[in-house]
Design a protein around this ligand. Structure first.
Ligand code: NAD
Length: 374
């Protein structure tokens, strides 16, 4: 099998879907790899390193894509990229399936397209879970971004010139990104509070030495959110939550919002009034900016300072700010996933494998997403 690694052309995207480490392993399995020239440069990987690992470096995207029986990518493929791919090839990448308008085109080309966002959150899938590996990086990077804009120290400092108070950090949404943000802010010496609609997160927050802020919930509401992913809550719950978040955000120096609900716009957690009531110099990092934002005032992919001196950061794609490790972990996730299908002789999709069944969104000329899955 020939495996193709094109460069990523989406603005701001610095990652690549393979590294010399994963290329070496694919080649050792008896397959060949073509890499587009310069594909790894923004992740600190030179063409020579790919070549030394056994890949053939080709001069254009078209040369890479047209040779690929299997294409590994980071971002959803564009119409141009799809046009350059071999009919019937396999494509493995993030695909943003709920909003992807290319699915009919992918089916028309008879691609077997695997959307990594749809991987079940099971123990077996953990080593292939790109959302976890990338959100972990995003949570870490969000705290560093906050430090960049916050005009004070994070830790408490006792100096000859007097004492500096520690920063108060509020994390909204305690999934993979939120947990890493808590850990990173704690390491920097901040005082950390966190909130999530899933009651199960309380123990996780407290085990990291942060304070969990709690919206009183009925037994019915608790039961509604005892799953892996958050569900849309009632209007009454949202009102109680907004009051609590408002109170804690006004006391915070840094607010990092990470709340997402798969397939839906990001929930609104910070009202404009709350932002207006925050302290001058405080910083909001809205990690859901790409999905509509958790804060009413976020400007997509922009950083701005309100008249009251609050910095609102809507920067997209935080994993791309740590490109080398983001690519390294992403590439390992993809290799483990690919290994479910690669054999010495070629490539076989076992439909009875729940991980393949859940992620395969187009196959045999049909769109499966929204029909047999999604
Ligand atoms: P996510 O990115 O989908 O969402 C981030 C967090 O926002 C979630 O914790 C969610 O509950 C929270 N949220 C949603 N709406 C909210 C609201 N209105 N107010 C406050 N918070 C809100 O989450 P994720 O990082 O992908 O993790 C989702 C789940 O998957 C977690 O339970 C995590 O432990 C689990 N997980 C399991 C595995 C595995 O077993 N393989 C791997 C990774 C994550």
């Amino acid at each position: 099998m020939q495996i193709a690694i094109p460069a990523e052309y989406t603005a701001g995207e610095t990652r690549v879907a393979a590294t010399p480490e994963t290329v070496k392993k694919i080649v050792a399995m008896g397959h060949s790899v073509v890499v587009e020239r310069g594909a790894g440069l923004k992740s600190a990987i030179l063409d020579a390193a790919f070549a030394a690992a056994g890949a053939t470096v080709v001069d254009s995207r078209q040369a890479a894509l047209s040779q690929g029986d299997i294409v590994l990518k980071v971002r959803p493929a564009s119409a141009e990229e799809l046009a350059e791919m071999k009919p019937g090839a396999a494509l493995i990448s993030l695909m943003n399936p709920y909003a992807n308008t290319m699915l009919p085109l992918m089916a028309e080309k008879k691609l077997s397209a695997f959307s990594m966002e749809l991987l079940p959150r099971t123990t077996r899938a953990q080593s292939m879970d790109v959302l976890s590996s990338q959100n972990n990086i995003a949570g870490y990077r969000a705290v560093l971004l906050a430090c960049q804009y916050y005009p004070h120290f994070m830790p408490m400092l006792m100096t000859a010139a007097g004492t500096v108070k520690p920063a108060r950090v509020l994390i909204l949404g305690v999934g993979v990104a939120g947990l890493q943000a808590i850990a990173t802010a704690k390491r920097l010496g901040a005082v950390v509070e966190a909130f999530d609609v899933r009651p199960a997160t309380k123990e996780q927050v407290e085990s990291m030495g942060a304070k969990f802020i709690e919206v009183p919930m009925s037994e019915e509401e608790k039961a509604q959110n005892d799953g892996v992913y958050a569900k849309e809550m009632s209007d009454d719950y949202k009102r109680r939550q907004a009051e609590l978040v408002d109170k804690h955000a006004r006391q915070a120096d840094i607010v990092i919002t990470t709340a997402l609900i798969p397939g839906r716009p990001a929930p609104r957690l910070l009202a404009a009034d709350t932002v207006l009531g925050m302290k001058p110099g405080s910083v909001i990092i809205d990690m859901a900016a790409e999905n509509g934002g958790n804060c009413e005032l976020t400007k997509s992919n922009e950083v701005f300072v309100t008249e009251q001196g609050v910095t609102l950061v809507g920067t997209h794609n935080l994993p791309s700010l740590l490109a080398a490790d983001a690519s390294s972990l992403y590439a390992r996730n993809l290799l483990t996933f690919l290994s479910l299908m690669l054999t010495k002789e070629g490539f076989a999709i076992q439909m009875e494998d729940e991980l393949l069944d859940a992620t395969l969104i187009t196959h045999n000329g049909e769109v499966r997403f929204g029909k047999t899955q999604g």
